[in-house]
Design a protein around this ligand. Structure first.
Ligand SMILES: [Zn+2]
Length: 108
């Protein structure tokens, strides 16, 4: 039998007694035009003038051996199991920011 535990508070989550919540977080770079399109460049087809540029690009690509590895650096997906209490806290404050009043005033 599989045993899960909450990734936040480490409490065991019993499959029948508790609800296990799964949090999936995906982090990836918002790549705009100019990034090296490591994906298949089928869009800019045709122009012979661009052939040299293409070759330059390809050489650059060679430097970062496997585009998939390079992609792995920028894209990250994480998965966490959360108990119900932690799920509630997470939903309120996904990034764990210090919420609300900051009582940092010196106390005099
Ligand atoms: Zn928890």
């Amino acid at each position: 039998m599989l045993h899960y535990s909450c990734d936040v508070c480490k409490r065991p989550i019993h499959p029948h007694a508790d609800i296990r919540h799964i949090v999936k977080i995906e982090v990836f770079a918002a790549i705009e035009d100019e990034a090296c399109d490591c994906q298949d460049a089928d869009e800019s087809g045709g122009d012979v003038d661009h052939l040299e540029e293409m070759q330059d690009l390809l050489e650059q690509l060679d430097e970062c051996d496997d585009p998939r590895v390079a992609q792995d650096v920028t894209a990250r997906s994480m998965r966490f199991d959360l108990c119900d209490a932690c799920r509630r806290r997470f939903v309120k404050n996904p990034l764990g920011l210090k919420s609300g009043k900051q009582l940092n005033f010196s106390n005099n």
